[in-house]
Design a protein. Structure first.
Length: 105
């Protein structure tokens, strides 16, 4: 496990904070993503994109199949005493190859 993934898991074990954008995206009627699904991505998922220079601080995009084999992406950023969930969404096959690699446009 890489060091950044360890940081994410340590921060998540302290507390998970959902930013307003994440709450809006998770509660959309066509998505309805639960906190349990987000935690599953954090615990079982893999980092598919790393954003070390993000304005919000070092963050990343994680992927995992969630409850009912539903693909799920979570963008998160570990902070000192919590893990910030920036957004969570169901990726589209039109934009992603195997939900892990962005298609060229």
């Amino acid at each position: 496990m890489n060091n950044f993934l360890k940081e994410i898991k340590i921060a998540a074990n302290k507390r998970i904070l959902y930013l307003p954008h994440a709450i809006r995206q998770m509660s959309r009627p066509d998505r309805m993503i639960s906190p349990e699904e987000v935690r599953n991505v954090i615990e079982q998922g893999e980092i598919i994109e790393d954003y070390p220079n993000d304005q919000r601080g070092h963050s990343c995009l994680m992927f995992c199949y969630s409850i009912g084999d539903r693909p799920l992406h979570v963008v998160c950023a570990p902070k000192g005493d919590y893990l910030a969930i920036i957004t969570a969404y169901i990726p589209s096959m039109e934009e992603w190859e195997n939900y892990k690699k962005r298609k060229k446009t």
